[in-house]
Write a protein that binds this ligand. Sequence first.
Ligand code: D9A
Length: 444
Amino acid sequence: MGKITQLLSHPSELRAVVQLMYFRQPLHQTSKQSESLQRCYYLLNQTSRSFAAVIKELHPEIKDVVTLFYLVLRALDTIEDDMTIDPSIKVPLLREFVDKLNEKAWTFNGNGPDEKDRIVLVEFDQILTEYHKLKPEYQDIIKDITKKMGNGMADYILDDNFNLNGVETIADFDLYCHYVAGLVGEGLTKLMVLAKFSDNSLAEDGFKRSNSMGLFLQKTNIIRDYHEDLEDGRSFWPKEVWSKYTDSLPSFHKDTSPESEFQGLSCLNELVLNSLGHVKEVLEYLSLVKDPSSFNFCAIPQVMAIATLATVYNNPKVFHSVVKIRKGTTCDLILRSRTLPGVISIFREYIQVINHKSNVKDPNYLKIGIKCGEIEQFIELMYPSIAYPKGVTKAQHPITKIVAARAKIDNDIQRIINDETFSTYALFGGILLVLVGALTITFG
Ligand code: D9A
């Protein structure tokens, strides 16, 4: 189906696209930027089209900090990712990468010509110039995470078998995801707590919930990218899981018999079940982000992830291509993720989608049903649609205080959304009027 036909057959998504494109009210204004900072924003746009838009809407206090943090991480990732760099160069480069942050004008031209984000390293001097202008406290947070991540990545490359056999155990899977994604969550939490945009308690649980924010995103990407990663000669699906269903991971792609497909789907679904284990902590985390621009920034990737997870669940297309969510769905999700109730309703919806897609023959059928039930119950506790369960009163539950504190923020945002929706409908009404007028003149 064509993009336009697809959009026309989903009217609520069409409304979302128009509202997002023409009527969204920015939360903050942009101020003057130096030449090197402009270059950094250019690099940001180059590396992440959609996510860049979300970063650029952040509160001025942390917008540049997060941009530079993102670019430093992207640079590190571009070294790790490049299979043309020999491990004897790559490993020390990853471990010593944090020291480059002390230099004034370091750049690196050693990436392969086809490495997609090589420009971030070629122009790393621009990033350094702006990095050194940040408040020292912000610089320290970025430095600490860069150091831990560079060493963690290097640990995994050191293991000779890593690129051949992929991730071995589920513990490996969690640790690898911690290094490349959980640490990002930790760093961002520290930045937001320092700026007083997030509740202190997010820094008082050993960054457990921050870690879950990263792991939920990273695991979902790893599941979705099965085919693409295998084509690039690597895989991050943990052997401890896939070895229950096959002797060789690529068989899910190569062997198209119904038996093999069933094994593949059982494996895929077990990984979805594993990812769902992070959802409760993700929702708790989001309920503790106070600043509206930071809330958007944190919520959007998470709602995309739950939508993606529901799409890949029990879906054999994963073995042959990259399964994506519709553009219109993306716009609808972005608009609904500006308030906590909006986010919760998205999660509730997709959990139900997963539950309904379950196959009774799946070996994890029961576990998946139980996990979905658990999450729905947790959501019910945060935002009860009926009365509280026996024995628990609303006032007794700790989440009640958190939710009450958010109510005012959500009310303010909801007012803005209502204005935008009104403008969008007004436009549609206008168009309809003109259309009816034209038809009346032509045929009437
Ligand atoms: C994030 Cl600073 C990421 N990663 C993402 C993007 O979201 C997280 C990389 C660098 C930064 C932030 C993110 C956003 C908000 C809060 C977070 C957080 O924690 C509290 O990180 C956990 O994916 C990469 C990692 C998962 C490895 C951390 C979202 C993003 N989306 C892509 C979408 C896509 O299709 O890849 O980058 C994009 O728009 O390009």
